[in-house]
Design a protein around this ligand. Structure first.
Ligand code: PMT
Length: 223
């Protein structure tokens, strides 16, 4: 396939993170990794140079294993991305990173007690936000926004706050978002133009996102 994304260096985050309470319990979410892996597979097939930083997922994939960097926590995901961010052309932040993590992770399994207990949480590192601060003009950053209400307003807030060049809005509705093989997306670009797509297989959604990136940034991306 002839594409201007051939040989472009792309960093993709995918899947959930796990924020450990103790060795056997953690806070996480239902991300399966399907959306992020579909983007990684499609870009790899087009000849892009892709690194996939992945939370724990249980899916089969044709994406080369030696290009996958497996991590568990949000902090690990950030540190792994940090190794590559400086040299990449495009970042796609598709992972569902836990916004909060336990303030303390116990080294031993916490015993059940007969009363209520309180789990203290602290804000987790916001990976996309951190790289939004250091992003260079030639680098393009694609974010996702998973929203249930005020969807456009919330997605635009993320676009602006995290310095994304475009944001892919989706929802956790049935057959969309988490876990399903299908998704329904709306792409909002830097001019705040809204592009609505019909529900499709995630593999086709991945191609829609890639085509949009290619069309929008063909001239901006370095040769
Ligand atoms: O994995 P699947 O089951 O296929 O589901 C796909 C998906 C629903 C997980 C995916 O399409 C998606 O929407 N991913 C982003 C989910 C999310 O966490 O959205 P958010 O609105 O909370 O985060 C906004 C953006 O900031 C995202 O690009 C996210 O990757 C990034 N982020 C968020 C928090 C954080 N601490 N670090 C981040 O980098």
């Amino acid at each position: 396939m002839d594409t201007s994304l051939k040989n472009k260096k792309v960093l993709i985050t995918a899947g959930p993170t796990r924020e450990y309470i103790d060795p056997v319990r953690f806070i996480s979410n239902e991300s399966s990794g399907k959306m992020g892996y579909a983007i990684a597979e499609a870009l790899h097939q087009m000849g892009a140079d892709v690194i996939l930083v992945s939370g724990p997922v249980f899916i089969t994939s044709t994406f080369p294993k030696d290009r996958i960097k497996n991590v568990l926590t949000g902090k690990e995901m950030y540190l792994e991305c940090k190794k590559y961010f400086d040299s990449i052309d495009i970042a796609v932040f598709c992972a569902a990173v836990a916004d909060y993590a336990p303030k303390v992770t116990s080294n031993i399994k916490i015993k059940k007690i007969e009363s209520e207990t309180i789990l203290e949480l602290q804000k987790n590192i916001d990976i996309a936000f951190e790289f939004g601060i250091v992003k260079k003009i030639k680098q393009k950053s694609i974010g996702f926004a998973l929203e249930t209400n005020n969807i456009h307003e919330n997605a635009i807030n993320k676009l602006e706050k995290k310095n994304f060049d475009l944001v892919v809005l989706n929802s956790p509705n049935k057959n969309e978002g988490f876990g399903y093989n299908t998704n329904k997306i709306t792409i909002i670009d830097a001019d705040l133009s809204v592009h609505v797509f019909p529900i499709k297989e995630k593999k086709e959604v991945a191609l829609d996102i890639i085509n949009f990136i290619e069309k929008t940034y063909q001239e901006a991306l370095p040769e």
